[in-house]
Design a protein around this ligand. Structure first.
Ligand code: LLP
Length: 428
């Protein structure tokens, strides 16, 4: 065991929210509140967000970027999150009528909403128009026909294009390549056709072009390439906004390091200037994960421990694929730590399993935890703030956890834990 395998230096602090701390025995604190206290008052599993960190990520983006920032609601959304978006004067990327509804419920200015989706229904489009959503990003020729059926014209629209960039990330969350269900293809001429159709029609104000190359991308050169490709493609095309999507990756594992938001936006700004893309146009970015992932963590309680000598030791926690489907969907890795004793040596391999009826329901396949981890202990999985709660389900009729926001003044419940009644609320 090396000297850094326990103690304060062994804790992967870069995976924890800015407001995380620790008491003298190694118990995790969030803005001074102990996880024991939070778990006792709120029960587990529990999503805990550092509200201050969410705000400071928005501020970091605003301060360092010359263009506009639209938060991608899909990463994590609820009324309280919409209120932060409104308060920080951020635009919003909504991908469904539901996301628009929640945004409006939280006071987001409809003119700041960008509406995306490869299959927006007529009902959704009508809702967006009635609510005076700022921009609809058209994704297909069918959608153009659908939009023409709506009464209010001219409509402010953008065109989503697939620029043919293969970003280095999981194939399910890659979107910029030619083989994609999203947007109009640049290579085969569809993108140019859609742009000219929309710009010529009196029914539309074609003010934006949009591309998104994928998610959980670490290499900033992919974004530079995106800007360059768009700059060539848009030579001579007049638009107010060029929306570059989101996609900045975050570190999930102890040994991972990701670029900061500041580094990301500076690369985009720089590439925009050099290539001429930002000349006379505003660049817009749509970060989701990089705003909320590290701000959030999940607290679980250990329920059972099963040791299979020579094979594997399992600890099962009180949540799993219903609150974090990412390991099952994408094989995503997380760290798990003993939340009340972060300084103890985490040197023994366990699989942290969920409570669902599938063998694949694993939260962390090869976690390193204290060898004497015991039933009733609190486990924390950091970096669960993005695409965890937002992709949660009621699988096995497990109720969704509560979400709390913490800052210097204490914590507040922003989404209450589901109850058993919630499980039959829609049943007739
Ligand atoms: N803009 C558009 C048009 C998008 O489709 C997305 C994500 C974003 C922005 C935000 O990307 P971000 O900054 O969060 O990478 N469920 C997957 C991620 C799917 C991302 C879908 N689109 C996951 O858990 O990894």
């Amino acid at each position: 065991m090396d000297s850094s395998s326990h103690g304060p230096r062994a804790v992967p602090w870069h995976l924890f929210p800015d407001g995380a701390g620790v008491d003298s025995r190694g118990e995790l604190l969030i803005h001074g509140l102990s996880v024991t206290e939070l778990a006792q008052e709120m029960a587990t599993p529990l999503f805990v967000y550092d509200e201050q960190q969410i705000r400071s990520r928005f501020q970091e983006a605003k301060k360092n970027f010359s263009g506009k920032i639209a938060y991608a609601a899909k990463a994590f959304f609820c009324k309280a999150m919409a209120e932060i978006v409104a308060d920080e004067e951020i635009h919003l990327d909504a991908a469904s009528m539901g996301e628009i509804y929640v945004a409006l419920s939280g006071g987001v200015d409809p003119s700041k909403i960008v509406f995306h989706g490869n299959n927006k229904s007529l009902t959704e489009l009508r809702f967006a128009v009635e609510q005076k959503v700022g921009l609809i990003v058209v994704d297909s020729f069918d959608e153009i026909e659908r939009l023409e059926k709506l009464a209010t014209f001219p409509l402010r629209v953008g065109v989503r294009i697939t620029p043919g960039i293969e970003a280095h990330t999981h194939e399910f969350i890659r979107t910029g390549q030619d083989d994609s269900k999203f947007g109009f293809n640049v290579q085969n001429g569809d993108a140019a056709t859609a742009i000219s159709m929309l710009s010529r029609s009196p029914k539309f104000d074609m003010i934006a072009v949009h591309a998104h190359i994928g998610s959980q991308i670490f290499s900033l050169s992919s974004f530079r390439q995106e800007v360059e490709v768009l700059s060539t493609f848009l030579a001579g095309v007049e638009v107010e906004d060029v929306i570059l999507g989101g996609g900045l990756g975050v570190a999930y594992l102890r040994d991972e390091r990701a670029p900061s938001i500041k580094e990301w936006v500076q690369v985009i700004d720089d590439a925009g200037r050099r290539s001429g893309l930002s000349k006379g146009r505003s660049l817009v970015i749509e970060p989701g994960r990089s705003i909320v992932a590290t701000a959030g963590l999940t607290l679980y309680e250990v329920g059972t421990i099963k040791r299979i000598p020579g094979v594997r030791d399992y600890i099962s926690v009180d949540g799993g694929m219903s609150d974090n489907p990412r390991p099952v969907l994408y094989g995503s890795g997380y760290e798990a730590l003993a939340a009340k004793r972060l300084f103890d040596s985490h040197d023994t391999r366990f699989s942290v399993a969920g409570k669902h009826c599938e063998s694949g329901d694993v939260v962390v396949r090869d976690a390193k935890l204290p060898s004497d981890i015991s039933v009733g202990e609190l486990i924390v999985t950091p970096v669960t703030g993005a695409y965890g709660f937002s992709m949660s389900s009621n699988y096995n009729k497990v109720t969704r956890p509560a979400v709390i926001f913490v800052d210097q003044s204490g914590y507040r419940v922003v989404v209450r834990r589901e109850t058993l009644e919630d499980l039959v609320r829609n049943d007739i």
